[in-house]
Design a protein around this ligand. Structure first.
Ligand code: ZN
Length: 281
């Protein structure tokens, strides 16, 4: 199953790429709010499996919002691919990767224009994103997928000067400027992917491939992350876990490279879809 946030309304996306309004198709049993649906995820899945949908209508991805527009928590994981830890100059984590917040005000849909912070060094980080369906607290790895509503694509845009300055790093702030958390285009349930633990992801800057990897190379898989994070705090329905970026960010290059005004960043995950960000000063 694929869902999306079309102009603020929850839709199902058919195999033909058409949108079916959930509130209308369910005669109001499920509301139109793309965030609230995670509170009823299991009932929604059951209804969807048992329902013959009415015809959908075409849409353009520029009209999509984030599949989870107002999560209560956004947890982002760092150094979760060995080659990215290497390029960043850090040892790969062995028991718990670094975790930081991305603040909710930075969330947008998949197609957006992002204003570059003045004087900053803004960098790209394509990431697979997991969205929580059922609350997960002290869940073990074997049960973790049962708590995932689905997967989507995300960009963990990062202003490196803010992120790395001061006596202790400012990951949360450096990665939370307006527009720095685009997500989408849709949410894909794990059963709709051939192997949700092995997806190809990457991004291009002005058409040049800058990142390409597979999620089987995550040091901490999605189940491992859910187990370790939920050992400490409850992951709530609709919450977001950014799973970390592979190698190829601007920070790790020689010379280092940053996003400039006019640049176009396209991020893709096979089986999920793409994000498209354009940047202005
Ligand atoms: Zn990241």
């Amino acid at each position: 199953m694929r869902t999306a946030n079309l102009a603020g309304r929850l839709v199902l996306v058919t195999d033909d790429g058409l949108a079916v309004d959930v509130e209308e198709a369910s005669n109001g049993r499920f509301g139109s709010d793309p965030q609230e649906i995670y509170q009823q995820w299991r009932a929604f899945r059951t209804w969807q499996a048992d329902t013959v949908l009415p015809p959908g209508r075409p849409f353009v991805s520029a009209d999509l919002g984030s599949p989870t527009p107002r999560p209560r928590q956004v947890l982002a994981v760092g150094l979760n691919y060995r080659a990215h830890a290497d390029e960043s100059g850090f040892a790969a984590p062995d028991t718990l990767p670094p975790v930081f917040p991305k603040y909710v005000s930075s969330i947008t849909g998949p197609v957006s224009e992002v204003r570059l912070p003045a004087g900053g060094h803004t960098d790209w980080e394509v990431e697979l994103v997991a969205v929580i369906g059922e609350e997960a607290y002290q869940v073990d790895e074997e049960a973790a997928w049962l708590h995932i509503a689905g997967l989507t694509a995300g960009q963990d845009l990062s202003e490196r000067i803010t992120q790395l300055s001061g006596p202790a790093p400012q990951f949360g702030l450096g990665k939370s400027y307006p527009g720095f958390t685009p997500m989408g285009p849709c949410l894909v349930t794990p059963d709709a992917l051939a192997d949700p633990d092995d997806l190809e992801l990457g991004c291009t800057l002005n058409g040049e491939e800058v990142q390409k990897a597979r999620t089987r190379d995550l040091l901490f898989s999605i189940p491992a992350l859910i187990a370790r994070l939920s050992a400490i705090l409850p992951l709530l329905p609709g919450d977001v876990v950014f799973t970390g970026t592979p190698a190829g960010v601007g920070l790790g290059r020689t010379p280092q490279r940053w996003i400039a005004a006019g640049d176009v960043l396209v991020s893709r995950i096979k089986g999920i879809g793409e994000l498209r960000q354009t940047f202005r000063a």
